[in-house]
Design a protein around this ligand. Sequence first.
Ligand SMILES: [Zn+2]
Length: 498
Amino acid sequence: MTVVGLPWERLEGKVQPWHRDRLAAVYVRQSTAGQVRDHQESTRLQYALVERAVALGWAPSRVLVIDEDLGHSASGIDARPGFQRLVSEVGLDHVGIVLGIEMSRLARSGREWHQLLELCALAGALLADPDGVYDPSDHNDRMLLGLKGTISEAELHLIKQRMWSGRLAKARRGELVVPLPIGFVRRPSGEAVLGPDEQVRSVVRLVFELFERFGTVNAVLCYLADNHIQIGVRMREGPERGELAWRRPNRVALQNMLRHPAYAGIYVYGRSRLDPRRRQSGRPCTGRVRTGCEDWFVYLPGLLPAYISVEQHERNLQRMDANRARSQSIGVVRDGPALLAGLVVCGRCDTRMTVRYQRGAGGKLHPAYVCARAKSDYGQGQCQQLAGGCIDEHVAARLLQAMAPAAVEVSLAAAEQVETQRAQVDRIWRQRLERADYAVDRARRQYQLAEPENRLVVRQLERDWETVMTERQTLGEEYDRFRAARAGTTGRRSGRRR
Ligand SMILES: [Zn+2]
């Protein structure tokens, strides 16, 4: 057994003059921006390593601080330029000693850590933390360093595991705070409630009713766009966090809304998983992928206030899936004069036939049902084509025959539905106008309250007042135009009905 000397004796033995000829690299790291903010003490300790390098005999000008990785949270090596720089400096034999707050925390994974150890051993560089100085080419030190790496990896794993099981247990009780979709807000107490803004709520309701009526996301989107209806979003971050902003609707947002279980009052957790392969591909994405509902961790119906019933939610999901899997589903009612667009199936190929329109004499459109699969997919000849007129007539006659008794009721119900939706759109318009009126009123009051002597402020307030007044006027004109256009369609429709 060898006698262990005093720490300083050992240090003196390890740090050789030729080490001091090279640089001392201080690697400063803190994984997330939050940690950088909250753990100032730790960051300060890391910078104190510079003093330690000086104490070990390095000139202050020969100490290289690598702190590019402050606030980098990604766990792959690609996202940490500082660590890469450290590795390359060591590999170029520029470094005599590497200092870190906790040696094993230099690296994020065991693989990185052992790579660094190997490199330091080859280049003859030392490693140091507040506990001591290690020589990776020395057998005992190497073992100690390896052990430190293993322990810290195990520690990290345990912390993650503990945090995760805590989160899951909280989620199982429905108490974990999950992000809420449009139309919900969270009270300071943590309770989820329907949004306080009436207009936001009516737009959400309208989206679900429109989907119930049209059956496709695209149709809902077009309807909203045609009627200039915007969706009220709560800002998630930034200086205006929690404020309401109006955004024009888009397909993805609508799809997410229609798929989100929260609208049916269901609390869910674990709808997406992290896929590390996606992260590493370097694409700008969150690396999260949606999972099927059978893989969700938590599914608690009735925990949130609901906009729709669970049955309607499930119906919507089925409908959206059916829209996607077009070739196997019954398809959606399409626009255009052809009666059976998207509904006729070719008897030979068992695939859906497309509609092609030909402009005949007098500009009239003549539909034709075409089986184009063989041609478009396999480059073969066209399978078959049928003039639309005769099939449409035949099917329409059969349909009317079957529907005759129920026809009146159906058309009455349809008319009623159209009326309700009109009323809803009208209400949203009036809410928008009300909001604009309020803005004008507030600007006027602010202008009147300002001290006339304070010219700069008064001028700004006057400009603000004018701006909101112009906005209010434009909105009013838009509403008039909208009403005029709608009155036109109503006239035409009722005319046709007569
Ligand atoms: Zn065919």
